[in-house]
Write a protein that binds this ligand. Structure first.
Ligand code: ATP
Ligand code: MG
Length: 390
């Protein structure tokens, strides 16, 4: 067959038989290429025009062999992927002579299919110049769709976790919302008492209660917005974050829940801490899970005085920050220090056992680690690291 796949160089034996062997081998390889369910193609180096393509192209993409020869692969890439590939083209690294990438390619009927291709350059032996590119491609649509589905499930679980966390905080937050609402009623009742029935009211006389009411309503609004943000379904957005500010906000957020359980939240946050990278909502989710666990563990503390949950933020090493959430509860049985991170492991009557599993996976996705230790005289300390922003 003319213009079939180019054979890879190998040491040639001499003599007529050797030539016959070569011809046989080439014929065999060409036949394999023709019958392969993977698509095998050869391309020009600059525009990746098809010089050869195996018949699998019809099954994979719907084109006949003849209609795709001469076409540039760039014209069939998904626009987003072609831009990405062109950007990376200079730095494409043919590791051990091979390069593998995954992208979307346009089928004859116009829809895009995911291909994974391994390409290899064929070079001129003497000059080293690329003569053509040999590519083996396979359809990985099922795999990509399965990965997307898995990612969606992961996000659904994280979202469900946030709803549960918010549920646990709900009564504390309701109490917190009740305070500004009650304060506003007081301010406005005061105005009502003083000015009811009066024809002329001077602004100076009512300015204070009115501005106070506005500020109090804004504070109540902030609490509601925070709840809405936290429970909103959204994918992660990794940005540079002020860790100290987020820890402070989360401690404040849990304050009313802690107070109801007679637990004190203590902050030990160094000043001028470097920024970290992460998704704000995910970081809040981890902190809330640990804080709520700490508060719940403290609830059972039978010691003197109000038990404390202490949150500490410090430098961990050159590249990482660390957050410790330490309580004065009973601690964790030595044999359970790893088990508590398993999904659905819970010793609480109403617990789902997902808080720590989700938190660990969130921290690890961001390149950090989350672990638990017991502390003396009593209590548990959960620590996690976060990458410093560069
Ligand atoms: N600070 C802590 N002190 C002692 N034990 C803890 C502490 N934090 C977690 N645990 C143990 O680890 C288990 C798992 O915690 P995790 O947060 O994953 O689930 P949960 O709190 O039981 O339920 P939820 O899914 O609502 O968070 C808890 O049930 C508890 O036994
Ligand atoms: Mg929990």
């Amino acid at each position: 067959m003319e213009d079939a796949i180019i054979m890879v160089d190998h040491p040639r034996p001499s003599g007529c038989n050797a030539l016959a062997d070569d011809a046989d081998r080439n014929r065999m390889l060409a036949e394999m290429a023709e019958q392969s369910t993977d698509m095998i193609s050869r391309h020009t180096p600059e525009e990746w025009r098809f010089i050869y393509v195996s018949p699998a192209v019809t099954h994979l993409l719907g084109y006949q062999v003849e209609e795709i020869i001469g076409t540039s692969a760039y014209d069939l890439y998904h626009p987003d992927d072609v831009e990405d590939f062109k950007r990376r083209a200079r730095s494409v690294n043919y590791n051990r002579g091979l390069y593998t990438h995954t992208y979307r390619f346009r089928c004859k009927d116009g829809h895009y299919t995911w291909l994974e291709s391994t390409s290899r350059t064929i070079r001129d032996n003497s000059t080293g110049k690329i003569q053509e590119i040999l590519v083996v491609s396979r359809d990985v649509t099922h795999r990509i769709l399965a990965e997307e589905q898995l990612q969606k499930y992961r996000e659904d679980i994280e979202h469900a976790g946030r709803l549960i966390t918010m549920g646990e905080l709900a009564s504390g937050l309701a109490h917190e919302l009740n305070q500004p609402l009650a304060a506003m009623v007081n301010f406005l009742r005061g105005v009502e008492r003083r000015f009811a029935g009066q024809q002329d009211i001077r602004w100076e006389e009512i300015e204070l209660p009115i501005t106070r009411s506005i500020n109090t309503a804004l504070r109540a609004g902030d609490i509601i917005h925070r709840m809405m943000d936290f429970t909103r379904r959204q994918g992660p957005v990794v940005t540079t974050l002020d860790i100290a500010a987020i820890v402070e906000e989360m401690c404040e957020f849990c304050e009313s829940t802690a107070e109801r359980d007679n637990v004190a939240i203590k902050r030990c946050i160094a000043s001028d801490l470097p920024a970290v990278t992460g998704d704000k909502i995910q970081l809040e989710q981890v902190l809330l899970n640990l804080l709520i666990n700490g508060i719940e563990a403290s609830r059972e503390n039978a010691g003197d005085g109000p038990p404390q949950v202490a949150v500490e933020v410090a430098e961990f090493d050159q590249n990482n920050m660390v957050v410790h959430v330490k309580d004065q509860g009973k601690g964790i049985a030595a044999g359970d220090l790893e088990r508590i991170f398993e999904r659905f492991y819970s010793t609480k009557s109403g617990g789902l056992g997902m808080g720590l599993a989700i938190s660990r996976s969130l921290v690890e996705t961001l390149g950090g680690e989350l672990w638990a230790e017991n502390v003396t005289p009593s209590g548990a300390c959960f620590s996690f690291t976060l990458n410093k922003a560069r």
